[in-house]
Write a protein that binds this ligand. Structure first.
Ligand code: PMP
Length: 385
């Protein structure tokens, strides 16, 4: 049976366009045509041109000026960079940020305010402290898909001259993003969630917003990020961004939202003691079109994942970053406060290649897997109220 890959939010398959762009760079590196982008000679300038071309494509996808894009090693570094700018100052974040934001804010903030979320994962932006120097709220949550009200966050922060950052790692390519319309200061993105390579991301820094490099010791990226520029990965990222732009990926995801909503409905109807974490309908636009998080009473997330894997269905438990971690997901704890719900959850994340047959495949195996696990579990099932 064909494998049904529903773990696009962990990483998405490399787009052929990104692969080809990188092969061209590798060929050039092999034959000495592509060198160090900081060098003035021909091979250096070839590398520089590749990087600047990629910067334009990435900038275009989020409505930024190319000069406002700093290439980093990924979403993690972009988030750490923003927290580091506000070292010793007051930072406010939501309780469901990605660990790379949560942990860096905890490490660097002089004072930290953690804002609660409601049961769908929407941040209580009304509680943003007036004296925060930075507010960081993700555009969409990686475990639930919930889209945060960044426009409201920005409106409130405008009154207090607070800088605003948003982690758009999961939202990129799935929903329309324009940094000028959002009016925010910083935006985190990553290549491997849109079919680019792992190991490269970017940080958008609005012209004039506070900045301090995280990595020191080099003039690269206009003195904003030290380290030899990576033409290979930039070419892959640029090609993936260009593909998303040219192919209206956000529009294509409207079809994927229908599959996601159909899967949600079928799981709730066909799998006993299942429940939803987050919003039911992506078609309404308050959650990403491709992420669906569900819990199954008396069935442990990791076991579900392994059983499904044996049946050629690939999913993740909450967040791949938390895999192997015995702590319940902080996101599910924040919305439900229930460790059992958190431990019994799995995340389905769809991509543009997902089909109705994939949903049928899941529904052919999932009910049996859950039934088997519930039968051998010592946890007592609670009848829904
Ligand atoms: N932020 C979010 C919301 C993410 O989902 C991820 C990846 N799981 C990251 C940041 C980290 O991105 P990267 O893997 O590029 O470091």
């Amino acid at each position: 049976m064909k494998t049904t890959y529903l773990d696009y939010a962990a990483t998405s398959p490399l787009l052929p366009e990104a692969k080809e762009a990188m092969i061209r760079v590798l060929d050039g590196m092999e034959n000495g045509q592509i060198g160090n982008a900081s060098s003035l000679h021909y091979a250096g300038q070839n590398a520089k041109n590749i990087i600047e071309d990629a910067r334009k494509n990435v900038a275009q996808l989020i409505g930024a000026d190319p000069a406002e894009i700093i290439f980093t090693s990924g979403g993690t570094e972009s988030n750490n960079t923003v927290a580091n700018i506000f070292r010793g100052q007051k930072i406010a974040i939501s309780s469901i940020e990605h660990p790379s934001m949560l942990e860096s804010a905890k490490a660097y903030a002089g004072k930290l305010a953690i804002l609660p979320v409601d049961e769908q994962g929407i941040v209580q932006w009304q509680q943003i402290p007036e004296d925060a120097d930075l507010v960081s709220i993700m555009l969409a949550n990686n475990e639930l898909g919930t889209i945060e009200p960044i426009t409201e966050v920005k409106k409130r922060c405008k009154n207090y001259n607070t800088f605003v950052h948003s982690d758009a790692t999961q939202a990129l390519g799935k929903i329309h993003i324009n940094v000028k319309e959002l009016g925010i200061d910083y935006l985190t993105i990553s290549a491997h969630k849109i079919g680019g390579p792992v190991g490269i991301g970017a940080l958008y820094v609005r012209k004039g917003s506070a900045f301090k490099p995280l990595l020191l010791g080099g003039h690269q990226e206009d003195r904003r990020r030290a380290g030899t520029s990576n033409a290979l990965l930039a070419a892959g990222f640029g090609a993936a961004a260009k593909w998303c732009w040219n192919n209206w990926s956000c529009k294509k995801y409207l079809q994927i939202a229908k599959l996601r909503d159909e899967l949600c409905k079928r799981v709730l109807n066909e799998v006993p003691y299942s429940s939803l974490n987050g919003f039911e309908k992506a078609e309404n636009g308050n959650t990403l079109p491709n992420i669906l998080n569900m819990s199954f009473q008396a069935a442990e997330g990791e076991s579900i994942q392994l059983y499904l894997d044996a049946d050629d269905v690939i999913v993740s438990t909450g967040s791949a970053c938390a895999a192997g971690d015995i702590q319940p997901s902080h996101v599910l704890m924040a919305i439900s406060g229930d460790a059992e719900v958190a431990h019994s959850s799995i995340r389905f994340s769809l991509g543009l290649d997902t089909t109705a047959e994939d949903i049928d495949h899941v529904m052919a195996v999932l009910p049996k897997v859950i039934k088997r696990l519930q039968e051998i579990s010592t946890i007592k099932i609670k009848e829904p109220k």
